[in-house]
Ligand binder design. Structure first.
Ligand SMILES: [Zn+2]
Length: 290
């Protein structure tokens, strides 16, 4: 399952990573915690349709208490400290694993997408926020609290705009869809800013240029620290506006990535699209990584 602020998806995923019975619903916004859980459980029930499944893997927006799967997703206000993992296990009587959605997407791309066969993969997800994940030697890194790979709060520009975390110049404060919309102003979202950039609006163009540079700096920090050999960039904002992000991303990468070992790094666009989160969530349970 893939649970986000806009949509919830579910599918049966085979041992080889192929999704079936895929179904998505709009995330209900006019319900309380129990109402939302009822919608999510009913989606899972519909998709399972009586099939035997080994477990339920869930990629969910953060923050969350990991590995307990007690979630407080930023973009799902109905759930604050909601015990999603326990509730799903009680309801379906099978094991459940809940992890961060960006980590699940990275694992999905490593298993079946553009990250296949990478020794050390960094996934960067640019959507409303900026998240990420790291798979090294076939293992998804978790860290002490489950936040390993959270590239959104790497500082890209110390004099940059204030981030919601309280620091200045985080990648997320410059490159997220939310930040691009807010910085442009006028209630226009990132897709609207992208449309204006393509029409030649200088301020819109410079916001995407700055976002591309910030992403490159975040990627370089992670690449050097974790000896990354491949980067997969996905998420709605990055995939829809890569034409606007790529020029400065690539020039900044060439400018700051100098040390010999890291220069072998290759950067790819995510190839599983909207299914990466579902496939990766299944991998949390099926553990194709061993
Ligand atoms: Zn931050």
């Amino acid at each position: 399952m893939d649970i986000g602020g806009t949509q919830c998806g579910a599918a049966i995923v085979d041992a080889d990573g192929t999704p079936h019975n895929l179904r998505r619903i709009g995330t209900p916004s006019d319900v309380d915690a129990e109402g939302l859980f009822a919608a999510v459980a009913s989606l899972a029930e519909t998709v399972r349709a009586g099939e035997r499944v080994d477990g339920i893997g869930v990629g969910c927006g953060g923050p969350m208490r990991w590995p307990e799967g007690v979630v407080s997703p930023l973009h799902i206000p109905a759930w604050r400290a909601f015990p999603l993992r326990t509730r799903l296990e009680q309801r379906f009587e099978i094991p459940c694993v809940v992890d961060n959605d960006a980590k699940a997407m990275t694992l999905g791309e490593w298993w079946r997408g553009a990250g296949r066969d990478a020794s050390a993969l960094l996934g960067v997800i640019v959507s409303t926020g900026v998240g990420g994940g790291i798979v090294v030697d076939g293992r998804l890194l978790h860290g002490a609290y489950g936040n390993a790979g959270h590239i959104g709060h790497v500082i890209a520009s110390p004099d940059g705009p204030r981030c919601e975390c309280g620091a200045n110049g985080c990648v997320e404060a410059i490159a997220s869809g939310h930040a691009i919309g807010v910085r442009y102003g006028g209630g226009i979202d990132a897709a609207g800013v992208a449309a204006r950039a393509r029409q030649g609006d200088d301020r819109a163009r410079s916001l995407f240029a700055e976002a591309g540079r910030a992403l490159a700096r975040g990627v370089v920090a992670a690449a050097v620290l974790c000896d990354i050999d491949r980067v997969v960039i996905g998420g709605g904002v990055a995939l829809a506006a890569w034409d606007l992000l790529a020029p400065t991303f690539e020039s900044e990468l060439a400018h700051v990535l100098r040390i010999e070992f890291a220069r072998r790094l290759t950067v790819h666009r995510a190839s599983l699209g909207a299914n990466a989160g579902l496939v990766g969530a299944a991998a949390l349970v099926l553990r194709p990584q061993g």
